[in-house]
Write a new protein. Structure first.
Length: 274
C-alpha cells in the first residue's frame, strides 16, 4: 500500500463543534486552519490554531478539537482544510524528519492549491477518479508541507513579512511588477520592504526576481527549441538586449553560446539567436 487518501475536505463551523479522538487516531491527520480559530489538545499539550497554522498528527496520537461559539451569530468560527491518509510512502515520509505538531506556515497559496486539487480529485466518482494522480497529489502535498515548514516563522516576526515578499516575487517573477506592489502585499513601506528583504535573504528583491527568471530561461534554452527572444520575453525580461546582457553577466556566455555549448554535449535541439 503506497498511499491512500481516506478523507480530504474543507470544513466550516458556524456553531460550537467538538471532535474527540483521545483514544488515538487510526490514520495520519493534516489540518490547515484557514479562517477563525480553534483549540486543539494532543500529547499533553494545548494549541490555539489561527489562520495559517498547520497541524500534523500521526496514528496513535490523541486528538481533541474544540470550536467555540462565534463572536457574532452567523459569523464563521473556524474554517480548515483537513486530510486523513495512510500508506507505506507516508510512513517513510513521516519518519524522515521531526516536524512540529503545529507550524505557522501562513496562507500559502501553492499549498492550498495542491490541497484543493486533491480534494476535487477525491470527490470524483470512484469510477472516474485517477488513483495515480491522487497519489501524486498527496506526495506533492507532503513534500510541499516540508518546504512550507522550513520557511515558516512565528507570526509577527520580521521574517513573516519578508517571506510574503518572497512568495509575491515567486508568483509574479515572469510578469512586470513594481517593488511597491511587493511591499504593499506585505503591508510595508517600500524602504522598509527593501531593507527587510535584504536582511533576511542576503539579496535584493530585483536580484531574486532575476535569479528566478534566469533559472527558467536556462531550462527553456536547454530543453526547448523556442527562439531565444521568445524565451527572454516569456521569462519576464522586457527586451532581448536586457535578457542578453543579464544572462552574459550571470553565466559568462550569451544565451546563444549557452545553447550551442549544451548542444555540443549531446542534448539536442537547435535554434538561431534572434
Amino acid at each position: 500500500m503506497e498511499t491512500s487518501v481516506l478523507i480530504c475536505d474543507y470544513s466550516s463551523h458556524y456553531k460550537p463543534f467538538l471532535h474527540d479522538a483521545r483514544s488515538g487516531l487510526q490514520h495520519y491527520l493534516f489540518r490547515l486552519q484557514t479562517e477563525g480559530t480553534c483549540e486543539v489538545a494532543s500529547g499533553g499539550a494545548s494549541y490555539r490554531l489561527a489562520g495559517g497554522d498547520l497541524l500534523l498528527l500521526r496514528p496513535g496520537d490523541d486528538y481533541h478539537l474544540i470550536v467555540n461559539e462565534p463572536a457574532k451569530k452567523g459569523r464563521l468560527s473556524s474554517g480548515d482544510y483537513y486530510l486523513f491518509c495512510q500508506g507505506t510512502w507516508i510512513d517513510g515520509w513521516w519518519s524522515r524528519k521531526a516536524r512540529p505538531t503545529v507550524s505557522p506556515i501562513g496562507a500559502d497559496e501553492q499549498l492550498i492549491t495542491l490541497w484543493r486539487s486533491l480534494l476535487l480529485e477525491k470527490r470524483r466518482h470512484a469510477l472516474d477518479e485517477d488513483a495515480e494522480l491522487k497519489d501524486a497529489l498527496l506526495r506533492s502535498l507532503c513534500l510541499y508541507i516540508d518546504r512550507a515548514i522550513s520557511e515558516s516563522v512565528p507570526s509577527g516576526a520580521p521574517g513573516t513579512a519578508a517571506l510574503k515578499i518572497k512568495r509575491f516575487i515567486e508568483e509574479h517573477a515572469f510578469s512586470t511588477f513594481k517593488l511597491e506592489e511587493a511591499a504593499r502585499h506585505a503591508g510595508l513601506s517600500l524602504s522598509r520592504a527593501v531593507r527587510l528583504f535584504k536582511e533576511q535573504f542576503g539579496k535584493t528583491m530585483i536580484q531574486y526576481a532575476i535569479e528566478i527568471r534566469l533559472q527558467a530561461a536556462v531550462e527553456q534554452i536547454k530543453y526547448s527549441e523556442l527562439k531565444l527572444e521568445r524565451i527572454g520575453k516569456a521569462c519576464g525580461f522586457a527586451s532581448y538586449s536586457y535578457f542578453h546582457r543579464v544572462f552574459r553577466t550571470h553565466y559568462g556566455l550569451s544565451p546563444l553560446e549557452y545553447r550551442s555549448l549544451h548542444l555540443q554535449r549531446g542534448s539536442g535541439g537547435s535554434e538561431g539567436e534572434s
